[in-house]
Design a protein around this ligand. Sequence first.
Ligand code: CTP
Length: 217
Amino acid sequence: MRFVVTAGPTREAIDPVRFISNRSSGKMGYAIAEAVLAKKHHVTLISGPAAIPPPRDAEFISITTADELHRAVHRSLRRCDVFVMCAAVSDYKPAAPSVRKLKKQKSAFALKLVPTRDILASLPKRRRFAVIGFAAETHDLKIHAEKKLRAKNCDAIVANDVSGTETGMESDENEVTIFFRDGEIKKISRTSKKKIARELVKIFEKIFEKGLTKKSW
Ligand code: CTP
């Protein structure tokens, strides 16, 4: 099986020395890539800036911006069975990044931001691979995750609560709830991201196999 996994944050330049980003460490996506390799599948890991080394046997593609991630994803999907969109993509980017360093001013300063493209929502409706989205939520997790599952046309959404510091972003542990297209819901209680990744890969394999038998891709 061929997996394409995205991980980490994106960075959107304000000027040559400043950017907009988020707290994603890349740990969950890298752990998924490692768990995919442990099951003897092929993995292409597309990652934004992260402080951890990629798994040795992964095909690794480094990106910085949401636009670069969009291009790398669409190129990699030509050969893919399971696509896992774990990256924390910046929803906005500066409308006009400055080529020169912005100088400090005494008055208030407003930065105009424009939305980045939604990568999951840009995937073809008819396709030959399974699509797994993620959802980072601080509140009303079920409502938001189920809405994203439908809006982004995913086969499943892995939702995690990012309101605390002990699980989710930057942490080594996580607790996730998986929402499936057919309405099934499965929870993986708090444990290491590596263990969660192993459970998730088993679930992703099943989703792909189910799709094959139903000939839905
Ligand atoms: N995502 C994407 N392209 C974007 C933003 C997000 O493909 N420009 C993907 C993420 O990788 C994730 C899913 O969409 O798999 C949900 O991301 P999340 O940040 O939870 O939600 P958003 O769609 O950004 O909505 P909101 O920020 O309002 O929660």
